[in-house]
Design a protein. Structure first.
Length: 456
């Protein structure tokens, strides 16, 4: 990357999240100045395909002027007011009605936040408050999964299963348990089918519940598809069995829909695609397509009823239901509906992209476990496909390929040695072809480098 004046100035005053800031000072940062559709543009004239929709969030694509107009009008009318103290406002009232309309049956209430992490933190406190409200205060333990991602606040990072995050700042906080992720490729036994593995992986939950005592467990929390963990899609048997276990032991089932929600998998919500019914689900990202920060916890009727018995919920954010964010989120949801964007992902672009990745990636010897649904995609870099041996120094190989993508003006992401894509939901077939042609060239370069390195 070339150091531009803007990059030098950035490094002088800006500490970046999820970055080695010392290293960044040497390499410099890419400065993105504008964006349109699936493209972002940097300050050196590069037109870059955004295969990640920002951070999995720009579902309707960049540059939709309607959202700016809505934001301006709302700011002129009512720039800010809170939703505490017996108060509301039209923007949040309208958004809530719309969200209840697009949510599955049984979800008629939302609790607002400013981000995915805040949605997860709010959910964590809410499920404990729920059990206390219905006379079971001992049910406090939350069970999540290794390699799950639930945000960066102390609660969210504890709920998540990212060991690198736990290693900093004394996490996880008490009362959180983790079970292994349902990654068939990496964890199945010889001869085990995906369906058999899915049941075995779900049963890890039952084992943990028995270990800590069902009377102590509040909820199981999982992303329908683990996103930042590398797009880990469980076998079809996994979620139905998880749901059965939660019912058997009277434990709330929570879906973290921050990535999967609002169309990513070809349904409004990921749990609809994966075939289960949570009691609560958390959202953010695609709720506003990232145009403004906003998150929402969708609370099922059973949990609402319980909470209503519990008196005041001592929890809330200054910007909960922020009028400008709410107005923009409403318009975003209307665009998803009016333009039938999710339907198109389900019927056309999702299946098309899945097929094209599979066809294109078949030629490569260090690429395996190609997987995806809708417009979320992952594959894994492995040293030996026959033995499923991974590369040493997890993440190093993924980052090497990721950097080649960047140099070729394609944004994809490496999660360890899993490579993932999550383009805007508005991407066309032609744009998918272009993205994959670029990716193909990059992976060819990567394999040539790797052959040279391994002496193959
Ligand atoms: C991104 C993400 C979060 C955190 O959202 P922020 O808005 O970054 O706080 C939580 N859960 C999942 C599944 C996510 O992908």
């Amino acid at each position: 990357m070339t150091q531009t004046a803007a990059s030098v100035q950035d490094m002088a005053h800006h500490l970046h999240p999820f970055s080695d800031n010392k290293q960044l000072k040497e390499s410099g940062v890419r400065v993105i100045e504008k964006a349109d559709g699936i493209y972002i543009y940097d300050n050196q004239g590069n037109k870059i395909i955004d295969g990640m929709a920002g951070l999995w969030c720009v579902n309707i694509g960049y540059g939709r002027k309607e959202l700016g107009d809505i934001a301006k009008n709302q700011m002129d009318e009512l720039a800010y007011y809170n939703t505490f103290f017996k108060t509301s406002h039209p923007a949040v009232i309208n958004l809530s009605a719309k969200l209840a309309e697009v949510a599955p049956a049984g979800f008629n209430h939302v609790f607002y936040t400013g981000s995915g992490s805040e949605s997860v933190d709010s959910m964590m406190r809410m499920v404990r408050h729920y059990w206390a409200s219905v006379g079971k205060p001992s049910k406090t333990i939350l069970i999540g999964r290794w390699n799950g991602y639930h945000g960066s606040t102390i609660g969210g990072a504890s709920m998540g299963g990212m060991k690198g995050m736990h290693a900093q700042g004394g996490l996880p906080i008490p009362g959180i348990e983790h079970i292994e992720q349902p990654w068939y490729y990496g964890l199945h036994n010889e001869g085990e089918t995906p369906e058999e593995f899915g049941l075995r992986a779900a049963n890890w939950l039952e084992e943990r519940i028995i270990e800590v005592g069902a009377d102590n467990v509040a909820a199981f929390v999982g992303e329908p598809i683990q996103g930042a963990g590398g797009v880990i899609i469980p076998p079809s048997t996994y979620w139905p069995r998880i749901q059965e276990i939660c019912q058997k032991y009277n434990i709330l089932l929570v879906a973290d829909e921050v990535i999967c929600g609002f169309g990513r998998t070809g349904s409004w919500f990921g749990h609809e695609t994966l075939g289960f019914k949570p009691d609560i689900f958390t959202t953010a990202k695609g709720l506003s397509s990232g145009y403004l920060p906003i998150g929402a916890v969708f609370v099922g009727d059973k949990v609402v009823e319980g909470i209503l018995q519990g008196g005041e919920f001592n929890h809330g954010f200054t910007y909960a239901g922020h009028p400008v964010s709410a107005a923009v989120a409403l318009k975003n949801v209307q665009i998803l509906q009016d333009e039938k964007i999710i339907q198109n992902v389900h019927d056309v672009t999702g299946p098309y992209m899945q097929q094209k990745w599979r066809e294109m990636l078949a030629q490569f010897k260090y690429v395996d476990d190609v997987r995806g649904v809708g417009l979320i995609q992952g594959f894994t870099l492995v040293k030996n496909k026959a033995t499923r041996e991974m590369f040493p120094n997890e993440g190093e190989t993924g980052t090497a390929l990721r950097d080649i993508f960047f140099r070729n003006n394609l944004i994809m992401r490496a999660c360890g040695d899993h490579i993932v894509a999550s383009p805007p939901l508005t991407i066309t077939k032609e744009e998918i072809d272009l993205m994959l042609a670029t990716a193909e060239k990059c992976i060819q370069e990567f394999e040539a480098n790797m052959d040279a390195k391994l002496g193959a």
